[in-house]
Design a protein around this ligand. Structure first.
Ligand SMILES: [Zn+2]
Length: 204
């Protein structure tokens, strides 16, 4: 039984695509879904800084798009479970160019990208920005696709780990200097594991 979320999704993945993966998790042993509806998807995209507040508000206010948003959320869940299978297959060793054959769903999504470029001035001088018009709810999957593309091209898959916490399903990219991260977070799982180890030591 999967419960709808009552708290914001964990942002412990240290990469937006890993956080996307963690939008289904089992905190405290309860299977929880953070992308159950189109509204959920907007909330998560906003929380993950993948869309701006105005874009989220505009889609939220568009009652005619509500049903379509729910369909997009379903697409997001399917994309997430595809990504989960890919990550599980490859976590712990380098992802090589041969993985291209497994990236069909990602490339199909990327082919529908309608973003456009703009040259704008910033603190570092002129730079190319990618912008979106956000004309249809389907476009909401594009920042997620871009994050997944970044993960598979840029992240070191040797550093993708699952939290060692008992019953915890959260995963993360270990970007700590020593690459010795074991927990989704100290507050959630680290302290619990330490307390359990302490109790075990005290037992006669
Ligand atoms: Zn954990």
């Amino acid at each position: 039984m999967t419960e709808p979320a009552s708290t914001p999704a964990a942002q412990v993945g240290d990469h937006p695509a890993m956080d996307f993966l963690n939008t289904h998790a089992t905190p405290n042993g309860v299977s929880t879904e953070w992308l159950a509806t189109g509204t959920d998807l907007l909330t998560w995209l906003e929380q993950a800084n993948l869309i701006d507040v105005e874009t989220a508000a505009r889609f939220r206010a568009d009652k005619a798009a509500a049903a379509q948003l729910d369909v997009v959320a379903k697409g997001a869940r399917a994309l997430r479970e595809w990504l989960r299978a890919l990550v599980r297959r490859h976590a712990g060793r380098p992802l090589t160019a041969t993985a291209e054959t497994e990236l069909g769903p990602l490339n199909l999504l990327l082919a529908g990208d309608k973003s456009y470029a703009r040259v704008a001035g910033g603190p570092e001088g002129l730079a190319v920005q990618r912008l979106r018009r956000w004309e249809t709810p389907e476009e909401l999957l594009q920042p997620i696709a871009a994050a997944i593309a970044d993960l598979v091209c840029q992240a070191d898959f040797r550093l993708i780990r699952a939290c060692e916490g008992h019953d915890c399903t959260l995963m993360f990219l270990d970007r700590t200097k020593a690459h010795a991260r074991r927990w989704c977070s100290m507050a959630l799982c680290g302290n619990r594991a330490k307390a359990a180890a302490h109790r075990a030591r005290k037992r006669p």
